[in-house]
Design a protein around this ligand. Sequence first.
Ligand SMILES: [Zn+2]
Length: 174
Amino acid sequence: MIRPILLHPDPRLKKLCAPVPKVDDAVRALMADLLQTMYDAPGIGLAAPQVGVLTRVFVIDCAKGEDEPPDPVCLANPEITWSSGETREHEEGCLSIPDIYAMITRPEAVRVRFLNRDGAGEERLFDGMQAICVQHEIDHLNGKLFIDYLSPMRRQMITGKMKKLKRERARANA
Ligand SMILES: [Zn+2]
């Protein structure tokens, strides 16, 4: 099921999300919805709070274009256990902040412990685009958006633009 994606500013995007007690059928259904909603958008990552579910679950698929087979990864209760000292600057965007992009600096690689779709514990090293994506999505679970790394002035400008966009969309749907 494709779910509506919340747009910034929304109080649900600023909340600390709760861990899931275990990966059961309800969590698997949420993961499936997140994947479907992400592919439909389209995007390369989507976190549960972005569809208004305040739990520590997200999905990514950083396969490049149509030449590469899909590479979906579903993560619950992720914990970064190691971050590289090396950092990398990369342009980020977010499905909750459409059409806004900014250069963000993050560790180049991270090791993450999480529960997979089967509910089994896994630990994986993510690098390249996946490392950026995983860190961006984990931020969502802690109520943090990529624009929170920008200066207050730039953030205010973006939030102003987003408020205007939301008003326009609300009017179009009225
Ligand atoms: Zn995002």
